[in-house]
Design a protein around this ligand. Structure first.
Ligand SMILES: C[S@@+](CC[C@H](N)C(=O)[O-])C[C@H]1O[C@@H](n2cnc3c(N)ncnc32)[C@H](O)[C@@H]1O
Length: 190
């Protein structure tokens, strides 16, 4: 499920780079294009989805598609001083989880990498990115891929990780068409 245009428009300001985890069929990428981001990065662990996105966006030189786990994706960026995530404020959309793949892709080690992603984001050289985490409804209810979070207070877990990135982060729970608090947004006022 792509992010809402409302959230993008509220927080985009002068940000030109959009980074997505979980490309799936490319709808989030299309939405970033429609909202006039200049450069888009998206990572996908499922080769079939990655190839579909490559085909869909062929010729778009401003779209960078990576076939990888999000964990390896961020680990490589952390040591790449020239990457926008280490040089400018970006818009990060965390949407990687396994429900689109419905158990068909056994090579996915981490079916819900959001907490790992936030830990890796804390190692980037810029600490005021806009970060949006999708599908909080599953994390709250421990459904489907979010079963691994059973018994955890996910608002508290996310909060700790956001504040570890930047103690000035403001955290808001926002609605989409599926739930009143499906999108978690972390932003600073600077
Ligand atoms: C909800 S879909 C993404 C939807 C897309 N962001 C959109 O807005 O249309 C989740 C995607 O994350 C991918 N995924 C799951 N676990 C992953 C991981 N550990 N690393 C990278 N991609 C992953 C799945 O294969 C799936 O394509």
């Amino acid at each position: 499920m792509p992010i809402t245009n409302n959230i993008i428009q509220t927080h985009k300001n002068k940000i030109s780079t959009f980074v997505e985890t979980g490309s799936w069929l490319g709808d989030g990428i299309q939405q970033a294009l429609d909202n006039s981001f200049d450069v888009i990065y998206s990572v996908e662990i499922n080769e079939e989805s990655h190839n579909k996105c490559k085909k869909r966006f062929v010729g778009n030189d401003n779209i960078n598609l990576t076939f990888s786990s999000t964990e390896d994706f961020f680990k490589e960026i952390i040591i790449d001083n020239s990457h926008p995530l280490n040089n400018e404020r970006c818009f990060i959309y965390l949407d990687a989880h396994s429900n689109c793949t419905a158990g068909r892709f056994k090579d996915i080690n981490d079916v819900a990498p959001v907490l790992t992603e936030l830990e890796l984001i804390s190692k980037l050289k810029i600490n005021n990115h806009i970060i949006v985490v999708d599908d909080f409804r599953y994390m709250r209810n421990y459904n489907k891929w979010a079963k691994k979070f059973s018994g955890m207070n996910m608002k508290e877990e996310l909060k700790q990780r956001f504040l570890n990135i930047n103690s000035n982060y403001i955290i808001r729970y926002e609605p989409d068409s599926l739930d009143v608090e499906d999108l978690v947004v972390a932003f600073t006022r600077d």
